[in-house]
Design a protein around this ligand. Structure first.
Ligand SMILES: Cc1cc2nc3c(=O)[nH]c(=O)nc-3n(C[C@H](O)[C@H](O)[C@H](O)COP(=O)(O)O)c2cc1C
Length: 472
């Protein structure tokens, strides 16, 4: 009877844990599953988390007993951090909720958003590590333990998925969320959610496999040859290994931040480019004249002399030592291919040098009902002289920068064909197609939009050329 009870309890615990593992990647796909569903999943995860702790309450009461091995220290640290992160997640979720808790009207949305983003990503990592640290329990539960061949096959399969998971983690800019070099979760809404989920499951497996092998390293008995008979004798694991592991982890962290992830390097360091080479394009014959209108941070920002120290993503330095923005570089590619004119939109009051501050200023602009003032409005190109307008601008807060809207509001667009090249930091189109269409009075936005990821801008000439060939 007792055995049956404990079997049932084990099964309930396992079901709760599996449900959590399934919900976590879904939670990461927040805008892809829809905000309301995201909030419902978040609350469900929180309930499961509490249930998990209640079901495993024995762990808490056993904390005072037993020896503190290196593995136990790591396990406990992971658990405590997870608990704190879950609290941070819930508090920030209450602050930024748009559906379930919106009536609470708690302030501090800007901080709440950043806290939620960073806590969610760290929680994802720690939950994956936690899973890896308990892999033996999982394999015992599913009866895999005694099957040596199956264990070996699974090890190879998981190792392969983990390699992909490591790549997916970098591809999805996860380190930039973990170390807060990116202040939004940029998700490409046009991507099928299943691809996103598969990537996050493999990232989870990557961390779980790393934790599993890390734990093995900590607990493997050190062997030494017995002087007398030359046979191996087991020795208890040493705390020294924990120190070595921590030092290695710290070194890996530092290496990852400084050099390991190309995105981060690009984020911190302005990239030097040969703009002539980067924008060299074969001619594309289009009927009628083209006006290319671009908006970029460069030319609209008071960059500090030591720009790398305060600014970040998407800045390039050309062969003359001048800063170039993504949209500016791409607009130049367009002009080199199709000719016509390029008009750069300029705001009167420049944005701050710091990337984070620019994001805050832009957020305030979106909340305001007025437009930022533009310079040169007396010398706007006469749109009547052109057959088409190609807009090139960055995605800001998942939509059209307010300066671009300000410019469009002052133009007579009737009869123009309007095309769009949008650069972004991972957020894809955001809500730009619908938002921009609403701004184009008298003109229609062509559906064929070219999306360029910010780190790829200096290598985008080929894609821009192919796209230009399709638009006439
Ligand atoms: C104020 C601001 C808001 C941004 N918002 C988003 C966003 O919501 N989604 C995204 O993917 N990238 C976002 N980005 C990143 C830019 O879209 C991306 O880095 C772009 O390529 C920059 O182009 P630029 O060099 O021409 O300014 C934002 C950047 C800034 C400065």
């Amino acid at each position: 009877m007792n055995e049956k009870k404990s079997k049932n309890a084990k099964m309930i615990r396992m079901c709760v844990d599996i449900a959590m593992v399934i919900l976590m990647p879904l939670l990461m796909a927040y805008s892809l599953v829809g905000e309301l569903l995201h909030e419902i999943i978040g609350v469900s995860l929180f309930v499961l988390f509490i249930t998990h702790h209640v079901l495993n309450r024995k762990w808490l009461s056993s904390l005072k007993q037993g020896k503190w091995t290196a593995l136990r220290v790591v396990n406990t640290a992971v658990n405590v951090l997870m608990f704190l992160l879950m609290l941070a997640m819930m508090v920030s979720a209450l602050i930024i909720s748009n559906y379930l808790f919106v009536s609470l009207k708690l302030g501090g949305a800007a901080i709440g958003r950043v806290l939620h983003l960073v806590a969610a990503n760290w929680l994802f990592v720690l939950m994956s590590l936690h899973l890896g640290l308990h892999m033996n329990t999982v394999s015992t539960y599913f009866g895999i333990g005694p099957h040596k061949t199956l264990r070996r096959v699974l090890s190879v399969v998981f190792a392969l998925i983990a390699v992909y998971g490591c790549y997916a983690m970098i591809k999805r800019s996860m380190p930039s969320y973990l170390f807060l070099t990116q202040f939004f979760a940029f998700l490409d809404d046009s991507e099928p959610v299943v691809f996103f989920l598969l990537d996050y499951v493999s990232i989870m497996i990557f961390f779980a496999v790393a934790a599993f092998w890390g734990a093995r390293l900590l607990t493997l008995p050190r062997t030494r040859r017995s002087k007398e008979d030359g046979t191996k004798a087991a020795k208890a694991p040493k705390k020294k290994r924990l120190k070595v592991l921590l030092i290695l982890a710290a070194l890996a962290l530092v290496a990852g931040i400084v050099w390991g992830v190309p995105y981060l390097r690009r984020h911190f360091k302005t990239v030097t480019i040969d703009s002539k080479m980067a924008t060299a394009m074969p001619a594309v014959e289009l009927s009628g004249r083209t006006l290319t209108v671009q908006f970029t941070r460069v030319g609209n920002t008071d960059f500090a002399p030591d720009v790398d120290a305060v600014s970040s993503a998407s800045l390039m330095l050309d062969e003359n030592g001048s800063l170039v923005g993504n949209a500016g570089l791409i607009a130049q590619m367009v002009q080199n291919a199709v000719g016509g004119d390029v008009y750069p939109i300029r705001v009167k009051e420049h944005y701050p040098s710091s990337y984070a501050d620019t994001i805050s200023v832009a957020s305030r602009e979106f909340k305001s009902s007025s437009f930022p003032e533009l310079t040169g409005s007396d010398a706007f190109p006469d749109t009547a002289a052109y057959e088409r307008m190609i807009l090139v601008f960055p995605l800001w807060w998942s939509t059209v920068p307010k300066a671009v809207e300000a410019y469009l509001s002052q133009q007579d667009l009737s009869g123009l064909k309007v095309y769009l090249i949008l650069t972004h930091g991972g957020g894809g189109k955001g809500s730009v197609p619908a938002d921009l269409s609403a701004m184009l009075r008298g003109a229609v936005l062509d559906e064929n939009i070219l999306l360029i990821y910010d780190d790829d801008a200096d290598e985008a000439a080929g894609r821009v050329y192919e796209w230009l060939k399709t638009i006439d």
